[in-house]
Design a protein around this ligand. Structure first.
Ligand SMILES: [Zn+2]
Length: 264
């Protein structure tokens, strides 16, 4: 199940970006059909003319210099069409100041003054990922919380997303009847409820991220939050989906056996 909610498309600003198509889920090349700034002003910034296909990367990076100085804070919309399924995907690239990683006041203000900007995160606008992102074998409450986390994440509200993912983990513990005085203890108790220790460790990671988001006011990257979403998806697969599939296979085997015995 490949439903990571961050956009995994490389070279978004090239004629032929590549990555996972949000429609057909295959690894594909896209045709770059439209690029424009949609905030704070609407400005068309088409990706270079002409050259198409495989030879694009041969001559190095294409000239993508925009005609006017862009705003530091801006949202750029890209419309890509998949070369396999031909459906379009719309993504928003959120730009902001290129700040130094360490907290150094001087470097910080210099970076702000230089007005250099960088891509802060990329959000898939369409096709929308919905709350049915989690397999329907999972309880509704778990799917609801996870879906809300995904929507927070898509909106760039990463702390809220982390908090919702933590709540999702809490709900999984509740559903499995895990006991303990706090969430950490409950997650640990999942081992006694038929959940593998590997899954337990992953869920504990999700808990930790959600904890930070509420108490320490730390910021984290889209990738970190996405990783936690993936951990939950994997855990849900192992806890809810796989046992259901096993049961279905067992039932199918039983029916075949019964049929065999019924035939004279
Ligand atoms: Zn496709």
């Amino acid at each position: 199940m490949s439903t990571r909610s961050h956009v995994s498309i490389e070279e978004l600003d090239s004629r032929v970006p590549a990555g996972e198509c949000p429609n057909c889920k295959l690894n594909v090349a896209f045709d770059h059909q439209s690029r424009r700034e949609v905030w704070p002003l609407l400005i068309d910034r088409p990706v270079g003319p002409g050259r198409s296909g495989g030879d694009f990367n041969g001559g190095g990076v294409a000239p993508l210099t925009p005609p006017a100085e862009p705003y530091v804070w801006r949202v750029v919309e890209h419309v890509l069409s998949c070369q396999r399924c031909h459906k379009t995907s719309v993504v928003h690239q959120h730009w902001g100041p290129a700040l130094p990683p360490a907290v150094d006041d001087e470097a910080f203000s210099a970076a702000l003054k230089s007005k250099k900007s960088k891509v802060r995160f990329v959000v898939l606008v369409h096709p929308r990922r919905s709350a049915d992102l989690l397999h329907e074998a999972a309880p509704d409450a778990v799917r609801d919380l996870f879906g809300e986390g995904t929507r927070c994440q898509e909106a760039g509200a990463l702390r809220a997303a982390a908090a919702m993912y933590r709540a999702t983990v809490e709900e999984i513990c509740k559903d499995r009847g895990a006991a303990g005085s706090n969430l950490k203890a409950k997650i640990a108790d999942l081992v006694n409820r038929g959940v593998s220790s590997e899954v337990v460790r992953d869920l504990d990671e999700a808990r930790t991220l959600g904890n930070w988001s509420l108490h320490d006011g730390l910021t984290f990257s889209h990738e970190e939050v996405s990783d936690v979403a993936s951990l939950i998806e994997e855990a849900v697969f192992l806890v809810y989906v796989q046992p259901e599939q096993r049961a279905a296979l067992r039932e199918a085997r039983k029916q075949r056996r019964d049929q065999f015995h019924a035939t004279p």
